[in-house]
Ligand binder design. Structure first.
Ligand code: GLY
Length: 434
């Protein structure tokens, strides 16, 4: 049986582990506190339409492909474990507060049209008809009926249970270092007689280890340069060494900090802090996710069936800082109250900050890198929860077949090394999400 180590136990790492175990791999996840990173703060919006921008069309397509998989993914998890995920498909209402904010909504509407996505432009009265708690000053909005949401904390619990049932071993330790073979041949040099590089077609290396053909992981990997290193497993923080045929890097923004990453496999990641407030609301306070633009700044309110209302989120580039600040919470509550004045009456339950794994083009990094045996599944930035099902499918397909599904073609690390232009060219400016 081919073996896989997944570094990172957020929703991305756990879903890959679960799916891979279901396909016959022997899987270990290493994470000191699974589900306690970015996942723990995430609101769980499933909104590829509302998040799309003109320069991120491939990212929109990836998000749409993932949203399509969510109903089946959530149902499968619940039937495997009996655990709920909080998945619901109630839509997103995006509203503008003043005339300039409404102009942004109109631009979004045009973008929806260009993507062929149904988005219904609504008058102020229609918005309030859908969400009576909205302030009368709200100018109008756009309804994306296909959007949904999920509760990332419930999702984590369900994934942990499903992974355990599928035989995944969880080790509560961080991965400190990759273990790999030293370079054996230099590019341009003939490989050693009988070596793996010699036995495989140019540009390919075989799956590491001695996995027999016909079992998962036996196919050749794409895009590996002859002479590159081969990752054989990981060393944990306590010094324990774990060897595996495949190592999957899914440790969020920490992924780049793991020692021993070959230079051309280091994901270009930066931590982007998000502060979030949780409130408790009476039944029906809001019926769907409301995203608002208030005098140019963005805020979202995500209601859950449980009565929880998540208000988010700041977007701050301050390095690895997770302090909850008075200023961050004030901005969130100020903008949320402008749109929905009734929130001031709600019970406050939690304030939290976590770090999103940001990339230069806001898109994730998926699939192989020039080190054999190493697969990347990181850099999901603001879309980790949305992209969970599609990422799990992409990575497990790759582990099984050695080929990346078409939907992932734009998202390999090669785009940062000039292999192709990648999913978009506009780096997102610091500030609140739009
Ligand atoms: N996906 C929303 C956020 O990152 O704030």
């Amino acid at each position: 049986m081919a073996t896989v180590i997944v570094a990172g136990g957020g929703v991305i790492g756990l879903s890959i582990a679960w799916r891979a175990a279901r396909r016959g791999f022997s899987v270990t996840v290493a994470d000191p506190s699974p589900g306690q990173g970015a996942t723990h703060a995430a609101a769980g919006m499933l909104t590829p339409v509302s998040e799309a921008t003109y320069t991120e069309k491939e990212l929109f397509a990836l998000g749409a492909a993932s949203l399509e998989r969510y109903p089946g993914f959530a149902a499968e998890l619940t039937s495997a474990t009996g655990e709920p995920t909080g998945f619901r498909r109630t839509g997103t209402l995006q509203v503008g507060y003043d005339a300039d904010d409404l102009a942004v909504i109109d631009e979004l509407h045009a973008l929806h049209d260009s993507l062929g996505v149904p988005g219904r432009r609504l008058t102020a009265r229609e918005c309030r008809g859908l969400e009576p708690m909205l302030d009368p000053s709200v100018r109008g909005g756009l309804l994306a009926e296909a959007d949904g949401s999920v509760d990332p904390r419930l999702l984590t619990r369900a994934l942990l249970a499903a992974a355990a049932r599928a035989g995944v071993q969880l080790i509560r330790q961080p991965v400190a270092q990759l273990i790999h073979d030293a370079e054996r041949t230099r590019p341009g040099q003939a490989p050693e007689a009988g070596s793996d590089a010699e036995r495989t077609p140019p540009g390919h290396a075989p799956a590491p280890g001695s996995t027999p053909a016909g079992t998962p992981g036996a196919r050749p990997q794409q895009g590996i340069r002859p002479g590159g290193v081969r990752v054989r497993g990981v060393r944990l923080a306590d010094g324990t060494e774990l060897t595996a045929d495949w190592t999957v890097l899914a440790a969020g923004w920490n992924s780049a900090a793991i020692d021993g990453l070959p230079a051309d496999c280091v994901p270009p990641l930066r931590p982007v802090k998000g502060q979030v407030v949780r409130l408790r609301a009476p039944d029906g306070f809001l019926r769907r996710t409301v995203r608002g633009i208030v005098r140019g700044s963005s805020v979202y309110l995500v209601p859950r069936e449980s009565g929880e209302l998540v208000v988010g989120a700041t977007q701050e580039e301050l390095g690895p800082d997770t302090q909850v600040t008075a200023g961050g919470l004030w901005e969130l509550l100020r903008d949320a109250r402008t749109l929905v004045p009734g929130i001031t009456e709600l019970e406050f339950t939690e304030a939290i900050a976590r770090l999103r794994p940001g990339t230069p083009d806001n898109a994730p990094i998926l699939g192989p890198c020039p080190a054999a045996g190493l697969v990347l599944a990181t850099g999901h930035f603001r879309n980790g929860v949305l992209l969970t099902p599609v990422t799990a499918d992409i990575i497990t397909d790759y582990l099984e077949t050695g080929r990346l599904p078409e939907v992932a073609a734009h998202f390999t690390i090669g785009r940062f090394h000039g292999d192709h232009p990648g999913p978009g060219t506009r780096p997102e400016a610091a500030g609140r999400p739009g």
